[in-house]
Design a protein around this ligand. Sequence first.
Ligand SMILES: Nc1ncnc2c1ncn2[C@@H]1O[C@H](COP(=O)(O)OP(=O)(O)OP(=O)(O)O)[C@@H](O)[C@H]1O
Ligand SMILES: O=C(O)[C@H](O)COP(=O)(O)O
Ligand SMILES: [Mg+2]
Length: 402
Amino acid sequence: MKTIDEINWKGKKALIRVDFNVPLDDQHRILDHTRIEGAMPTLEHILDQQGSIILMSHLGRPKGKYDEDLSLKHVVQELEKRLNRSVKFAPDCIGKEAQDKARHLKNGEVLLLENLRFHAGEREGSAAFAGELASLGDAYVNDAFGASHRRHASITEVPKYFREKFGGELLELEMEKIDLLLEKPKAPVTIILGGAKITDKIGTIEALLDKANYILIGGGMAYTFIKAQEGQIGKSLVDENQLEVARWLLNKSKRSKARIVLPVDSVISKSAEDPKTRVVASREIEDDFMGGDIGPETRRIFTEIIARSNTIFWNGPLGIFEKEHFQEGTQTIAQAIADATGRDAYTLVGGGDTTASITRFFLQGSFWHVSTGGGALLEYMEKRELPGIDAVSVPSETVLFS
Ligand SMILES: Nc1ncnc2c1ncn2[C@@H]1O[C@H](COP(=O)(O)OP(=O)(O)OP(=O)(O)O)[C@@H](O)[C@H]1O
Ligand SMILES: O=C(O)[C@H](O)COP(=O)(O)O
Ligand SMILES: [Mg+2]
């Protein structure tokens, strides 16, 4: 992979894919800045050399059309503060206005494009859409580690148009840290998975079965496994299409190095918003109820395993931590991992919402490494490569812009 210190950026327009998919509250305030902070070294490097910058990112999962709540205009102010200069904004990532603004960009100036996913072409990996984006810059940089597992236009297609394409400093740092840990993990190795992206992440568990000693599953991810074992999960989050995969993984784990540990108890209520909670066995959740957090016995079991582990990976909150009545499981586990860091265990935690939970519990700085990637981190651990890394590593067959 070529890195950004290999050229002089003076007078160049850098088209940079960043991952500004940050959690926002209902007033559109940023709840966690880790991903914006992570991009700063690359941006500062290029601006210091008198280059100019065009930033592109996604935010959330809009359905290919405009959605005010997911507009990247909500991050402009924060960027201006961090970069100590004004940031221009293009209300559509392609089209005439974006082109004009990019063309008139002077050395040291920054332009942020609106959410790429307001166009279906982004997720479809459309070559035409990628071509329009590519025409905005002189050189391409991928610094979006958290999105580099996606074969989306801005990640894998845009770089095909460039001879000059680079991995940014965040991409480099993430790879360096994760590689270091994967090369020499200190046993016992524990992986903690939670969150809501079941379809995306369940597949990575197979590869982890031979790498880890324990795989602790909580959060929304757990109920697909519990249902696969004929448990009653009420209205809890489930991916019906993955039941078979979950069953197969549980079976396979009997012959694997890793032990899969599922929650034994859950904090339930009638909906995520309903604060009237009770603790029940995770396999006996009544029809009208949903599991919103791991229960106290599960927290005890998970904490005890974490306390004996020397390498710990964590992605995905253990409950709906955004709600006070479902936050305790995530807080207890985050604290247990932070305590492990204190006795020199390697602790690698990552993901957009996972990082937001760390911030909420004031545990920033309590881990060996906080990755900006969630799904990307898991896929990199599994394959040691990502489509977005490959895309800035191979020479383009046909280069349309240089
Ligand atoms: N039991 C549960 N039921 C429903 N949702 C849950 C449950 N537990 C956790 N969640 C939700 O999971 C979401 C986060 O999952 P996600 O997989 O996106 O994690 P992440 O750390 O952001 O990783 P990534 O960066 O890959 O998105 C949170 O918004 C949280 O409310
Ligand atoms: O939050 C993430 O993990 C990345 O920004 C990727 O988002 P996605 O899962 O919606 O592609
Ligand atoms: Mg997330």
